[in-house]
Design a protein around this ligand. Structure first.
Ligand code: NAD
Length: 511
């Protein structure tokens, strides 16, 4: 959605106003919570007792973000393991990006270089009895093996998304958590984003009316030479360090160092655009639609840019990519009255392009009374539909929330009726938002220290194995829908961790 800066500001003010209304009873407390904002929103406390002693496995792009954003009041990082020497160095020194400043800058040279140990072999890290938990930020194909080994070694696990490459693997990870009594969290950070939580609060209040459609996208443009961050040159230092390690790499599913470094573009090691990007936004969509599971999906995917011979840059022609570079998928979700009437369905369309990025990534939730736009996990905008009672709508209108006649709060353009006091407090808290990484690590530590194994609704991990498996099922099944060119109906047993049924082995899917 293309908006002028003025329209964006208006949309943000509208969103803050609505959050100010929906959360007016406790926003004052949230504003006062300061650095503990995540704790305040998600109902956990500052850590009591010793900080959790944590080892990180994988300090590449995402591992470096998590190292930089880890909460030192909750978590004491004591070890980092990575098989690529360049990324072990990156853990210490960062890489010039402000999201990945590295441990020296974050914790000081003394702590980063003397208290934290660095390993090229993660097994040395797992062998340390003093380490209570691990954060795993390695390629998709390795999540299952590393997470299970870590739990069996007595560590709690926070594993990056997508949970695993198959649903069967997700189920064995959940089983390992159960068998070992360890916590298993998965890093879909939107579950810990205050912005998304606030957005959901205004949806729950009914301000958007009936939601029938969410349009989500993550569009990038890699068509210019050198712009494809998923296809990197292998650093000679990594090549030299790993030249005799092909058997070890093969054990994790990487044919060689090239496949380790560029794992995202190969079918054997990654899960394509849906696993890497789409899973986040399907996760968000299922939250917006009331934390429900999808009913069915279909889609088209292709190598529509990299696969076309003789067109484009030299870089492109040398590309070894196997995964699709464009995907367009449709998900059917149940509406609130679906059980009584199967016509009550909401449709989520998702696209990920590699050749155009005019539109920022995000989600647009379209309701019968209003539209919510979330962009780049950083800002949310709210607009109103025109209605006979409360006047015109659109992107130029400043909105307020008023009490409707009989149907609860509604959006209105009339300032005179408005309870505006909460908006400033909402604005203040919304401005301080992180993408959720810090909060997910804080809550992970809180659950470890307080031995909380409860489901999310009772204060347990908000993205535990079962929740994360549902996200993996959506992403992985949409890949199957595109591959087999069919509409796939999700089966309840796929979502049951105790049931071995999985889409990748289901005859109705692959037959
Ligand atoms: N939550 C998010 O927003 C987000 C964003 C980006 C990536 N991710 C996820 O994070 C994970 C990692 O992605 P990335 O971009 O950091 O990839 P990356 O390739 O940049 O980093 C992965 C690192 O893991 C290391 N590694 C692989 N196997 C290992 C092993 N057996 N032992 C030790 N180290 C090993 C690699 O050497 C590399 O340094 C992926 O699952 C990805 O989907 C999540």
């Amino acid at each position: 959605m293309q908006l002028t800066p003025e329209q964006k500001q208006l949309g943000k003010d509208n969103f803050n106003e609505a959050v100010g209304y929906s959360r007016r009873d406790w926003l004052k407390g949230a504003a006062a919570a300061g650095t503990g904002l995540g704790a305040f929103y998600f109902g956990y406390e500052k850590l009591k007792g010793e900080r959790v002693r944590v080892g990180f496995i994988g300090s590449g792009d995402e591992g470096s973000v998590l190292l930089t954003q880890h909460p030192p009041e909750y978590m004491e990082i004591v070890a980092v393991a990575d098989i690529r020497p360049t990324n072990l160095e990156r853990a210490k020194h960062g890489d010039g990006n402000e999201d990945r400043v590295g441990l020296i800058k974050k914790l000081g040279e003394k702590t980063a270089l003397t208290k934290i140990k660095y390993y090229s072999d993660y097994r040395e890290l797992l062998a340390r009895p003093d380490i209570e938990a691990v954060v795993i930020a390695t390629p998709l194909i390795s999540h299952h093996t590393l997470a299970i080994e870590a739990m069996q070694a007595g560590k709690h696990v926070l594993c990056e998304k997508l949970m695993a490459k198959t649903v069967t693997d997700c189920k064995s990870m959940i089983k390992a958590a159960k068998d070992t009594g360890k916590l298993l969290a998965v890093g879909h950070q939107r579950h810990y984003s205050v912005l998304y939580d606030n957005a959901y609060s205004i949806i729950k209040m009914g301000l958007l009316g009936d939601i029938k459609h969410i349009r989500a996208q993550w569009h990038r443009n890699n068509s210019f030479p050198g712009r494809d961050s998923w296809n990197k040159k292998v650093d000679p230092k990594d090549l030299a360090a790993l030249k005799d390690k092909n058997e070890y790499l093969k054990g994790f599913g990487f044919d060689d160092v090239e496949h380790l470094v560029n794992w995202r573009v190969y079918n054997a090691t990654g899960g394509g655009l849906m696993a890497e990007l789409g899973s986040h936004q399907l996760d968000a969509s299922s939250i917006f639609l009331g934390k429900v599971k999808a009913l069915a999906c279909s889609g088209y995917g292709g190598k529509n840019f990299y696969g076309v011979k003789g067109v484009g840059s030299k870089d492109k022609q040398e590309d070894k990519r196997e995964i699709d570079d464009h995907v367009y998928v449709t998900f059917e979700f149940p509406g609130p009255h679906y059980e009584e009437d199967h016509n009550d369905v909401a449709i989520v369309t998702y696209s990920s392009l590699s050749t155009n990025r005019l539109e920022p990534y995000g989600e647009q939730v379209m309701g019968s009374r209003g539209t919510l736009v979330v962009q780049t996990e950083q800002q949310a905008l709210l607009f109103k539909e025109a209605s006979p009672e409360t006047g015109g709508g659109g992107v130029e209108q400043r909105l307020y929330v008023i009490n409707g006649n009989d149907s609860g709060p509604v959006l209105s353009a009339s300032a005179s009726l408005a309870p505006t006091a909460g908006a400033a407090a909402a604005g203040a808290t919304v401005e301080k938002i992180s993408r959720g990484y810090t909060e997910e690590m804080e809550h992970f530590c809180h659950c470890i220290r307080n031995n909380i194994h409860a489901p999310p609704k009772d204060g347990g991990l908000r993205c535990n194995g079962t929740v994360a498996m549902a996200d993996a099922i959506m992403a992985l099944t949409s890949n199957l829908a595109m591959k087999h060119k069919k509409r796939i109906v999700f089966k309840p047993e796929w979502f049951d961790p105790e049931n071995p049924a999985a889409p990748e082995t289901d005859k109705d899917v692959i037959g």
